[in-house]
Design a protein around this ligand. Structure first.
Ligand code: GDP
Ligand code: IMO
Ligand code: MG
Length: 441
């Protein structure tokens, strides 16, 4: 049995959903540990496309238990929509989905505060998804948040809601000049949501501890990515949770001593949605080419994603912060048409060569990427199933990236569907999930 954390190594949208979907047959449980419905994890099954926002991507495999951990913030209306749409498409949730009673709720005033605060920031806005995720975590840290368990106690829920509304309305009115909320307009719908969600709300930390003790295999599904982590990302251009591997323990209640490994997920290039530093960002036609081939548009907001070359400085940083044992590299096929591919190996800042990711905004804004040029393979890799069937130049590209970041790759993705996946032999993945070996044959 293995308990493995799956973490995005860049700015999100690395293909975590696809990787979790491919690995789920080999585990018993998949648990989300942070973030909320700001996440959009796309999984393509045959001709069908699913976009998971709050529910772990493992739910598409019958019989797998999926948990929304205590570190997640939940918008109940959005979660119920997601649940209904999955049920309509034949996915069984009863007995498979569990929601932590300690997960905090996103309340209607959170998206309102999110939007108002972004508007006030003007040029320095974060470019959030507008889902209220940041303000919900603010309330959690301020100890005024409302949790899933509170939903099930009408008197307590009303009391907490009234106190919050009084404070939030002052903020909205006096600081942001924005519309306010009435207790009753929230209470009614939220009590209905309580009725809907009650059967799923439970002590998920206790469940997990029993399942881990019983030898179940678990995937911890990260949302967003390392560079959006509240402590280790490009602050303040980050999301408001611990996206990195450390968050998996606090966001689920599984102790670090019971977690066996960390799998990073990285694209063969880089993207970012929203504001903030992105040293290898491309502009104009070059960016448009990658955006079009990679279909780089936000799954949640539809915004075009900013696109750029693979940044090995960011890659090494993600390895250091998360302790990746190995990496799953996705979207190799998107580079199939490139005659030349650049890889950033360091930054140049006022005459200095920086090989570690700098943690100051002043430096990010001025640092220039130092590139190594590689020649493209200019052949389709879509659907290739073994490493040896990849063009030699594609293998050289993979070897160089792995060498630059300092960890082996164990899965290469060459298309959105499950089958477009190359599993590397004798990798940490096959050690964690020995049954994967039969998939390699
Ligand atoms: P996540 O948020 O990390 O789960 O990533 P997203 O789902 O937001 O974005 C990744 C997108 O790329 C999704 O539309 C996937 O279906 C798609 N995708 C994943 N792996 C591959 C791949 O290897 N090649 C291609 N062309 N698309 C992929
Ligand atoms: P997945 O899980 C990419 C970005 C937003 C913004 C910043 C803060 O699909 O990889 P927030 O709404 O979280 O307060 O916004 O974080 N962001 C993401 N970018 N993928 C995501 O999720 C993201 N979730 C948030 O664009 O820059
Ligand atoms: Mg995404």
């Amino acid at each position: 049995m293995s308990t493995i954390i799956v973490v995005g190594s860049q700015w999100g949208d690395e293909g975590k959903g696809k990787v979790v979907d491919v690995l789920t047959p080999y585990v018993d449980v998949v648990v989300r540990y942070q973030g909320g419905n700001n996440a959009g994890h796309t999984v393509v099954v045959g001709r069908e496309k699913f976009v998971l926002q709050s529910i772990p991507s493992g739910i598409l495999h019958p019989g797998r238990r999926c948990i929304i951990g205590c570190g997640v913030v939940v918008d109940p209306a959005s979660l119920i929509d997601e649940m209904e749409s999955l049920v309509q498409r034949g996915v069984v949730l009863d007995g498979n989905l569990f929601i932590s009673k300690n997960a905090h709720l996103i309340m209607p005033y959170h998206p309102a505060l999110d939007r108002a605060s972004e508007a006030k920031l003007g040029k320095r806005r974060i470019g959030t998804t507008g889902k209220g995720v940041g303000p919900a975590y603010v309330d959690k840290a301020a100890r005024v948040g409302i949790r899933m368990a509170d939903l099930l106690d009408e008197r307590l829920f009303r009391e907490k809601l009234e106190a919050n509304i009084a404070e939030k309305n002052r903020l909205l009115r006096e600081i942001y000049d924005a519309p306010t909320f009435a207790v009753e307009e929230i209470l009614g719908p939220y009590l209905r949501y309580a009725g809907w969600l009650a059967p799923y709300i439970t002590d998920t930390a206790l469940l997990l501890s029993r399942w881990v003790a019983a030898g179940y295999s678990v995937l911890f599904e990260g949302a967003q990515g390392t560079m959006l982590d509240i402590d280790h990302g490009t602050y303040p251009y980050i999301t408001s949770s611990s996206t990195t591997a450390g968050g998996a323990a606090t966001g689920t209640g599984v102790p670090p001593t019971r977690i066996h490994g960390v799998l990073g997920v990285s694209k063969a290039y880089a993207t970012r949605v929203g504001g903030g530093p992105f040293p290898t960002e491309l502009q104009g036609e070059a960016a448009e080419l990658i955006r079009a081939r990679g279909n780089e548009y936000g799954a949640v907001t539809g915004r075009p994603r900013r696109c750029g070359w693979f940044d090995a400085v960011v890659g090494r940083y993600a390895v250091r912060i998360n302790g990746f044992d190995t990496i799953a590299l996705t979207k190799l096929d998107v580079l199939d048409d490139c005659d030349v591919i650049l890889v950033c190996t360091a930054y140049r800042y006022r005459g200095d060569l920086l090989t570690e990711f700098p943690d100051e905004e002043r430096i990010w804004n001025e640092a220039q990427p130092v590139y190594e040029e590689m020649s493209g393979w200019e052949t389709s890799t879509a659907g290739v199933r073994t490493l040896s069937d990849l063009p030699a130049k594609a293998r050289q590209y993979l070897d160089r990236l792995s060498e630059l970041v300092g960890v082996p790759f164990s899965l290469i993705s060459t298309g959105a569907v499950r089958d477009d996946t190359i599993l590397c032999e004798d990798s940490p993945l096959t050690r964690w999930f020995p049954a994967l070996r039969s998939a390699l044959l």
